[in-house]
Design a protein around this ligand. Structure first.
Ligand SMILES: [Zn+2]
Length: 74
């Protein structure tokens, strides 16, 4: 079968809260693996089954609120 389905999923590190996205690929055979946080080395996601995750990237969410108070109309 040549059709592969890729979906993007997001995960949050349980250790430091960093957000990651990864591409999930469906396979016909079982794979197992895990991804560790590059910041705190915690296991962000571990999987086993007929899918695999690759292309892990950090997700840039909302910027920290720092600086707000300065600019704001407090
Ligand atoms: Zn982490």
């Amino acid at each position: 079968m040549a059709n592969s389905i890729w979906t993007i999923e997001e995960f949050t590190c349980p250790g430091c809260g960093m957000n990651y996205s990864a591409t999930r690929e469906e396979h016909t055979e079982p794979h197992a693996g895990r991804f560790k946080c590059s910041i705190c080395s915690g296991v962000v996601h571990a999987w086993s089954g007929k899918h695999h995750f690759f292309s892990w990237e950090t997700v840039k969410t909302k910027p920290p609120v720092f600086g707000r108070r300065w600019a704001g109309v407090d």
